[in-house]
Write a protein that binds this ligand. Structure first.
Ligand SMILES: NC(=O)c1ccc[n+]([C@@H]2O[C@H](COP(=O)([O-])OP(=O)(O)OC[C@H]3O[C@@H](n4cnc5c(N)ncnc54)[C@H](OP(=O)(O)O)[C@@H]3O)[C@@H](O)[C@H]2O)c1
Length: 280
């Protein structure tokens, strides 16, 4: 077998039963590959939080939107189809209120014929949509709330949930605040309690920057399009400014793939003790 089950309720018990019955059992075969297939479950069992993948579309000059906030569309249709597959593999999609107010996205899975099988799911299960919104600013008619049963708004006790939001039937969870915003580690551990294993973050620079600041980004998917968006648009992670190159963030390049006219990069942040992230 590849690995033992890290769930403390079962860890090693099946293995012992087999051994007891006289079956020779070896574990650790292709352990890394097995780990990668179940990264969300392993992360939740070992660290009490889901696996966090940040997906972002950027231009050649590293912008995620124009200075006026418009970001539709940066990546090609091929990239956007690819994103749907990653969404379908996720237990939840996390976004920020900034993105909801700017783009009014649905953040659901819309697979085309043939893609369904690739995502390995039948029938299709919609991931939860989670909105980080400290002050419950989300308009009740937002498209992300079209199916309130699969959405969660994570806010804080700094404001009361507006009655029109409550009337939609969406689940509103109140979490501790930290530096005026949502305490993201608290959000992730609450989601782990709800058995959410794998989260795809599709948010603006602020929420993504905060997650990086908390060292809670495990994987980054970048769709880079051959476009130039010019001055003023935000990058994918808001932090800094740094004072020296020693403070730069390193990411390990895991994979590159061409999708239509774009490149998809899959990266893993390599956190170091002396990394400095300061949200500006
Ligand atoms: N190219 C892409 O892939 C892509 C993807 C998504 C969005 N975008 C673009 O990004 C822009 C929006 O970016 P944004 O940075 O304003 O929005 P965002 O990151 O989606 O949302 C930011 C908001 O989330 C809330 N939040 C709650 N807890 C937080 C925490 N701990 N840390 C940070 N934020 C927290 C804050 O508002 P409260 O304090 O009020 O809760 C904050 O203002 C839009 O122009 C959109 O089109 C681009």
């Amino acid at each position: 077998m590849a690995s033992t089950d890290p769930n403390p309720q079962v860890n090693g018990q099946g293995l012992e039963k087999l051994r007891h019955a006289g079956v020779t059992v070896e574990s650790g075969l292709m352990a890394d590959e097995a780990e990668a297939l179940n990264s969300g479950f392993f992360m939740r069992m070992r660290h009490g939080r889901p696996w966090v993948r940040v997906k972002t579309a950027i231009s050649l000059d590293g912008r995620t939107a124009l200075a006026n906030g418009d970001s539709k569309w940066i990546s090609s249709e091929a990239s956007r189809r690819d994103v749907q597959k990653w969404r379908a593999c996720s237990s939840a999609i996390l976004t920020g209120i900034g993105t909801v107010l700017a783009d009014d996205p649905q953040m659901n899975v819309r697979l085309e014929k043939g893609q369904h099988e690739l995502a390995g799911q039948a029938p299709l299960r919609q991931p939860l949509r989670i909105i980080a919104d400290s002050l419950w600013r989300i308009p009740a008619q937002s498209r992300i709330l079209d199916d309130p049963a699969t959405a969660i708004i994570a806010g804080t006790g700094r404001a009361a949930v507006p009655p029109e939001l409550e009337a939609t039937g969406v689940r509103c969870i109140s979490l501790p605040a930290r530096s005026g915003s949502l305490d993201l580690p608290a959000l992730l551990s609450r989601l782990a309690e709800m058995e959410v294993n794998e989260i795809q973050v599709e948010a603006g620079a602020r929420l993504c920057g905060s997650l990086l600041h908390d060292r809670m980004v495990d994987e980054v998917l970048i769709y880079q399009a051959p476009l130039l968006l010019g001055e003023g648009g935000a990058g994918p992670f808001n932090f800094g400014p740094l004072e020296s190159m020693d403070q730069r963030t390193h990411l390990k390049l895991l994979e590159t793939r061409r999708l239509g006219n774009d490149w998809r990069l899959r990266l893993k942040p390599e956190y170091r003790k002396d990394d400095v992230y300061r949200n500006s």
